[in-house]
Ligand binder design. Structure first.
Ligand SMILES: [Ca+2]
Length: 552
């Protein structure tokens, strides 16, 4: 305030005290400041108190965990911790994710359909775009509401420029990796080390599940007690490559398939990690004010996840060329198809498909102090996670009307009806599915149109499209009309030239140290192949020409 006066008479000022004009300049600002500071402190104390009263949140994401990979679903894989959490918490029996990693994660952090955001498939490691920068994330919302926000594990929502990285998207703390999958011991993706803490590459020994669990435990033990925390613990397992500690694999020595032994061991290690997280919550006396939501990001990967025609083509190629196939891109697909060992039985299909095995995934919520225990058979989707947790914690500032997901907290806590929101998934095989109530329409490239009544036919065996022509027409139109965002994906040929390998030798700088393209050496076969193809076409053309000449 700029007050200039020579008046020596006492003046009454804002707070009612008297002072002379000489001190007026000093006292008015101080009095105002004092009032302002008092209000600010009161506001912060109130905010802090209300923030402290809010529950902590831990979302645990397993990568590519299949329906029949859990003990409580009848699997031969032992998961005693997750079994007891499902029994004592809320088992989400019809929880839906999207068919692959990045689409599900985009929905998890925004509450929006991946199609609206432009996500159709997993992001390749050098992809230029990521989660649109116009989007606020779940971490932004929790942070703005006074939470500590932590991501531990996989991101996979953009790495090309720093503005897409977790620390730029609402997370106070990030420990883990940016791309679609790393070697579980070497922490390498696509030729570059992909392991960091808040932007700084770290080289450390250890198995991904153990390291990520250790970090989560450290964070829980050392968190600021004046603030609640939001942790997304996103495990690297049981995603390929099949790697697990020897002792864990030995527990499954009785299984015939070696890949299934490894896969089972990876799942059991997650179960042990979850157990350690709960032991820590108990030690820290946080169990009664923490909500834990466990989910898989898509269905399990296995041979059944690939279309029959694709499998046949690769069988033919393998017969001709043997193993490994000559091109890295082909070998990558063959290897994953032959060695991935999830089990989605009795659901149809798997990762990448729009069939139930690709999208109906294991999920549970453990929050006995907030939610009555039991099994929920109504559809809840990964799109619903943000609006549901926002309601659970009283987050403010969200525009839930812009989301495709809906708040299911009232329903889960027994205070409201289930909200049946339509749900759309896009498979990497070109399939798309539209869910409305218990009906599911599937449109596929070249496939016949299919409609299933999932309540009567959860395994998608009986196409009832001909019995419901009007519903088919309506849902088809809904699928066609759905507002789709501009694709975030680079052309596929770029990814094929430099495949996303999980683990293996380093041939380029660590991912945390690169902004932009991180290119490794190009395989000589990529130059030889076009020459070979041209030779084949030239031979065919020559043979045909000669035949034509001979024709009378
Ligand atoms: Ca996944």
């Amino acid at each position: 305030m700029n007050v200039q006066t020579n008046n020596k008479e006492p003046r009454r000022i804002i707070d009612g005290s008297l002072c002379d004009a000489r001190t007026f300049r000093m006292h008015v600002p101080w009095t105002l400041w004092r009032s302002f500071l008092f209000m600010l402190i009161a506001f912060l104390v109130e905010l802090s108190a209300s923030a402290q009263d809010r529950p902590n949140i831990i979302i645990i994401v397993a990568d590519d965990l299949g329906w029949n990979d859990l003990g409580y679903h009848g699997s031969e894989i032992r998961t005693p911790t997750l079994d007891s959490l499902a029994r004592e918490g809320v088992e989400l029996n019809r929880f839906y994710a999207h068919p692959t990693c990045s689409p599900t994660r985009s929905a998890l952090v925004t509450g929006k359909s991946p199609l609206r955001l432009g996500f159709l498939s997993p992001l390749a490691k050098n992809n230029r775009l990521g989660l649109p920068l116009s989007e606020s994330t779940i971490a932004d919302h929790f942070r703005w509401n006074g939470y500590q926000t932590i991501l531990i594990g996989k991101w996979h929502l953009g790495r090309f420029s720093n503005e897409y990285l977790p620390n730029s998207r609402g997370f106070d703390h990030f420990y883990g990796y940016l791309t679609g999958g790393v070697g579980h011991y070497d922490h390498v993706h696509g030729g570059g080390l992909d392991w960091q803490r808040n932007g700084a590459t770290i080289r450390e020994e250890g198995y991904t599940t153990d390291l990520l669990t250790n970090e989560a435990i450290r964070i829980i033990q050392r968190h600021d007690p004046m603030k609640p925390f939001f942790i997304e613990l996103s495990y690297a397992a049981p995603h390929m490559p099949n790697e697990a500690p020897k002792e864990a694999v030995e527990e499954y020595g009785h299984l015939q398939d070696e890949n299934r032994q490894l896969h089972a061991a990876m799942v059991s290690e997650i179960d042990r990690g979850v157990k350690r997280i709960f032991e820590t919550l108990s030690e820290q006396e946080l169990l009664d004010r923490t909500i834990v939501w466990f989910l898989s990001d898509n269905g399990g990967e296995c041979a059944e996840a690939y279309l029959e025609t694709t499998r046949q083509r690769f069988d033919q190629l393998t017969k001709i060329f043997g193993e490994p196939l000559p091109l890295e891109a082909l070998e990558f697909v063959r290897h994953n198809m032959a060695n991935s060992a999830s089990d989605n039985e009795p659901l149809k299909g798997g990762k990448g498909t729009a069939f139930e095995g690709g999208v109906r995934v294991p999920s549970l919520i453990y929050a006995p102090q907030y939610l009555p225990a039991g099994r929920v058979d109504e559809r809840i989707t990964v799109n619903d996670v943000l609006p549901t947790l926002a309601a659970a914690t009283g987050l403010t500032g969200l525009d839930s009307s812009a989301m495709d997901g809906v708040n299911q907290w009232g329903f889960l806590s027994g205070n409201a009806q289930h909200v049946s929101a339509d749900f759309i998934v896009h498979g990497t095989n070109g399939q798309e599915a539209y869910y409305r109530d218990h009906f599911k329409l599937i449109l596929g490239k070249g496939d016949e149109l299919q409609l299933f009544d999932l309540m009567k036919d959860p395994f998608e065996t009986n196409n009832v499209a001909s019995h419901h022509p009007e519903l088919v027409q309506e849902l088809t139109q809904k699928l066609v009309d759905f507002p789709r965002g501009e694709s975030v994906h680079d052309p596929i040929w770029k990814a094929l030239l430099d495949m996303d390998r999980f683990g293996g030798e380093e041939d380029r700088p660590p991912w945390a140290e690169v902004e932009g393209v991180n290119a490794g050496p190009v395989h000589p076969l990529y130059f030889i192949l076009p020459v070979l193809l041209l030779s084949v076409f030239a031979s065919i053309w020559t043979v045909r020409r000669r035949r034509k000449r001979r024709e009378p």
